[in-house]
Design a protein around this ligand. Structure first.
Ligand SMILES: Nc1ncnc2c1ncn2[C@@H]1O[C@H](COP(=O)(O)OP(=O)(O)O)[C@@H](O)[C@H]1O
Ligand SMILES: CC(=O)N[C@@H](CCC(=O)OP(=O)(O)O)C(=O)O
Length: 300
């Protein structure tokens, strides 16, 4: 065992106390505010990180902040599709969703993944409640028209992928007010009750807008948005994002993420960040300390 000299352990506990004390102004500033946290499927693969995530969510609630979790589950959907002998296909970061894939999406997101997260938060001492877009009429959707990025006259048919028509946040607000932590699966419902698969970043961004959330945090499996040389871009505006998409620096799953982030920033969400969910307690550090993490998306 390493011996810690008395004076050094003293310094360490003083540092710890300072870190805790630093949180006070943030707790005061954010008390009573709503924060939407997108928990990406890639960020939830490690059990120790899952535990840290659940503890952070409970901690936020206990200090008077209202976290609303929107979860993904892309890799988990991919896993079940593979077992069924199907190969997933994506266009502009959106999964091509035929009827069978839609069934898998509903099982995996609305069932397994949602209930895992609800269970983890509850074991950490919170009171989480799982919702899909059907519950309380939360997410109304219609079929997404996906236009080709190069030729907008060309439309891609990607099946049952949803475009959000409206969000009725009353069920989320009632749960928040009653002390619960809503955990939302990104599944929307159409006029005839048909289900739609919606990218979780898009749902998180729209929910943050409708709830007038103080913050939108998108937890993913990368440090933030990177440039061509792999360097972290610490903050980005719409004009800069357009250029990065046009030259191919931003691609795949980062496209809906950044589009959602921009939408939320434009619609008045005070701060929007893409952060690394692989860092233990990344969310807590971003919210309750002066450190800046990941990429901040600016509205101008
Ligand atoms: N410029 C970029 N900077 C960072 N990641 C990028 C960029 N362009 C594409 N990506 C990809 O986007 C991925 C994050 O999106 P995604 O896989 O959908 O994550 P999540 O499951 O968290 O939503 C990264 O792991 C990376 O592979
Ligand atoms: C239309 C579409 O692409 N839907 C996503 C929904 C899950 C998701 O967004 O998961 P991540 O956040 O882990 O990527 C999908 O089927 O993978």
């Amino acid at each position: 065992m390493t011996h810690i000299p008395h004076d050094l352990s003293h310094v360490q506990s003083r540092d710890k106390a300072e870190i805790l004390a630093q949180a006070l102004p943030y707790i005061r500033q954010f008390h009573g505010k709503t924060m939407v946290i997108k928990y990406g499927g890639n960020a939830m693969t490690d059990p120790a990180l899952q535990q840290a995530f659940a503890e952070d969510v409970v901690m936020l609630k206990l200090v008077g902040i209202n976290p609303v979790v929107v979860h993904g589950g892309g890799p988990q959907i991919e896993g079940l599709l593979k077992r069924l002998g199907k190969q997933g296909q994506f266009i502009q970061g959106m999964r091509v969703t035929d009827a069978e894939t839609m069934e898998v999406v509903e099982w995996v997101l609305g069932g397994e993944v949602q209930q895992d997260i609800v269970g983890m938060i509850n074991r950490a001492g919170g009171k989480a409640v799982g919702l899909t877009g059907r519950d309380g009429g939360l997410i109304k959707a219609k079929k997404l028209k996906l236009l080709d990025q190069q030729d907008p006259a060309l439309e891609h048919d990607i099946g049952q992928v949803g475009d959000i028509v409206s969000i009725d946040p009353s069920v989320v607000k009632s749960l928040e007010d009653a002390g619960f932590i809503p955990v939302v699966s990104p599944i929307g419902f159409g006029e005839d009750g048909e289900s739609y698969n919606i990218n979780a970043d898009v749902v998180a961004a729209r929910l943050a807008t409708v709830l007038r959330a103080e913050k939108l945090l998108l937890l993913t499996n990368i440090r933030g948005v990177l440039d061509k040389a792999g360097e972290l871009l610490t903050n980005l505006s719409a004009v800069e994002v357009d250029a990065l998409i046009a030259d191919g620096t931003i691609s795949g799953g980062m496209i809906p993420k950044i589009a959602g982030a921009l939408e939320a920033a434009h619609s008045g969400c005070n701060s929007v960040h893409i952060i690394d969910g692989r860092v233990p307690h990344a969310m807590l550090l971003e919210i309750l300390s002066e450190e800046a993490y990941g990429t901040m998306i600016r509205s101008h």
